[in-house]
Design a protein around this ligand. Structure first.
Ligand code: DX5
Ligand code: ZN
Length: 215
C-alpha cells in the first residue's frame, strides 16, 4: 500500500481549512507542501504564513518540497513551522550533503528531489543519507501537467540502487499522478505518491485518495 501525499497546491486557497479537513478525514498519510520561489522554478506558490496556517489544522505529517534556490537558508524556519520531512532539489543544492545534515539537525527527515532530466546516478554517494528520494515526473513549477513516462525506468533504477546498498530509502513520485500512472509507479517500486489536481479537481476527492491507497 503506497503512502499518499495530496498536494495542497491544487487545493482551493479560499477554502483551505475545508480542504485540509478533507485530507485529515481521508485515507491520505501526509500533506505535500509545494514551496516555489519564482527563481528555481518559474512559478511562485506560497510561503511561511500560509504554511503556518496549514500546520495549525493539519493532523498528518507535513511533507515539504522546496523548489527554491539556496534551500539551506530556510531549513530551520521550515522545521520550526512543523515540517516533518523536508526535500531539497539536487539541482539547487551545491553542498547537498551539508544541507541534508542540516535538515536532520533541525529534527526533520531529509530527502533529495531530482528533476526529470537529472539521472539517479547523482545519488550514488548521498543515498545513505536520504530518508526519501523524490523523483519529479513532470518539470517542477506547476500542477496539472502530464506524467513523463520515462520516470518508470528511473524508479526501477533507483529501487535497484537502494536494494544493492541494503537501504530502505523511500521513493516518492510527484507530477501527473492518477489511478493509472499510480498503478504503474507502484508496480515499478514507488512507495509514496503525491497527487494534486487528480485529487482536488475531483468531485469526491476522498474517493480518489482511497483509490490510490488501494494500489
Ligand atoms: C509541481 C509540484 C507538484 C504538483 C503536482 O511542481 O511539485 O507537487 O502539485 O500536481 P499534479 O498532481 O496536479 O501533477
Ligand atoms: Zn511537489
Amino acid at each position: 500500500m503506497p503512502v499518499i501525499s495530496p498536494s495542497l497546491l491544487a487545493a482551493d486557497f479560499a477554502n483551505l481549512q475545508r480542504d485540509i479537513e478533507m485530507v485529515n478525514a481521508s485515507e491520505a498519510d501526509w500533506f505535500h507542501i509545494d514551496v516555489m520561489d519564482g527563481v528555481f522554478v518559474p512559478n511562485i506558490s506560497f510561503g511561511m504564513p500560509v504554511i503556518q496556517a496549514i500546520a495549525k489544522h493539519a493532523q498528518k505529517p507535513l511533507d515539504v518540497h522546496l523548489m527554491i534556490v539556496q534551500p539551506e537558508r530556510y531549513i530551520e524556519e521550515f522545521a520550526k513551522l512543523g515540517a516533518e520531512i523536508i526535500t531539497v532539489h539536487q539541482e539547487a543544492s551545491i553542498h547537498l550533503h551539508r544541507t541534508l545534515a542540516q535538515i536532520k539537525e533541525a529534527g526533520c527527515k531529509a530527502g533529495v528531489v531530482l528533476n526529470p532530466s537529472t539521472p539517479v546516478s547523482v545519488l550514488e554517494d548521498v543515498l545513505a543519507d536520504c530518508y526519501m528520494v523524490l523523483l519529479m515526473s513532470v518539470n517542477p513549477g506547476y500542477g496539472g501537467q502530464k506524467f513523463i513516462p520515462q520516470t518508470l525506468e528511473k524508479v526501477r533504477k533507483l529501487k535497484a540502487m537502494i536494494q544493492t546498498k541494503g537501504l530502505n530509502t523511500l521513493i516518492e513520485i510527484d507530477g501527473g499522478v492518477n489511478q493509472e500512472t499510480g498503478k504503474q509507479l507502484v508496480g515499478a517500486g514507488a512507495d509514496v505518491l503525491v497527487a494534486g489536481s487528480y485529487v482536488f479537481g475531483a468531485e469526491n476527492p476522498e474517493a480518489k485518495i482511497s483509490g490510490l491507497k488501494q494500489l
